[in-house]
Ligand binder design. Sequence first.
Ligand code: SAM
Length: 292
Amino acid sequence: KTPLIASPARTQAIINRYRLPIKKSLGQNFLTDINILEHIVQAADLTEKDNVIEIGPGIGALTEFLAQSAHQVMAFEIDDQLIPVLDDTLSPYENVTIVNQDILKANLPQLIKDNFDADRPLKLVANLPYYITTPILLSVLQSSMHFDNITVMMQKEVADRLVAVPGTKAYGSLSIAVQYRSIPEVAFTVPRTAFIPQPNVDSAIITMTDRADFDPAPFDEKVFFKFVKGCFMHRRKSFWNNLLSIFGKDADVKVQLTDVLEKVHVSPQIRSEKLPIETFIMLTNTLHDEGL
Ligand code: SAM
């Protein structure tokens, strides 16, 4: 299983041969470290039974490793100029389909249904375009699709927010949105020297596995996510002041809010970053019961 694409020399040769203008605006940083690519496949626990979705194949460095380990791979690449390159670099692999679409606009559930056998495990593996890490993760996690696991590279600072626990600086609405649906873990970190061109941040691989649903559940998930986001709008303010920004400062509202906080045993002076997910769910439901 000798790789044909990754390695600093081969990557540079491909860039030169196609005179590729590397597009920073599309987050193009190509992985050149074979060891790291092997570790990504291991972290994703890939087997020949699996179907895999990849986001942003670039020149195909990771795609090649996925093709060698999995049953079928479907990779979404937005950059038209990379399509002929991928046709060439991945020509030895018959189990790869390249889809020239923006992942945020693609009808992923439909494409999976049309192209993949539903009986097989489905995994998502990607070295994400960093400028849209959050929208990609939120749209995947909040969709109806089920991935047996998700293994994605992102900038280290965002990875820290994903896995952050209550009471830490990195904990916020992104931690909650991700941990509401999954158990995220940092598999390993990746130095900027593993890429051409080098990004100006270090990276980390995150694996996400399913978690059991929260019980009680929020009465409405959209309302829950919106409420959580509101609670972290002003991080330096107390929880109480964030509540007033969301619900207004009417005397009546203040009475209702005080009532709710007493019911769920939350101090108004606390910071939102101290509150665990269960408390945000209880608050969402109790506020709704109070008519707020
Ligand atoms: N997978 C390759 C690797 O590891 O070497 C490249 C990863 S690079 C960090 C991100 C890739 O995502 C680029 O090829 C970029 O063109 C692509 N991309 C950026 N925005 C995208 C979008 N909205 N939909 C699909 N692909 C996108």
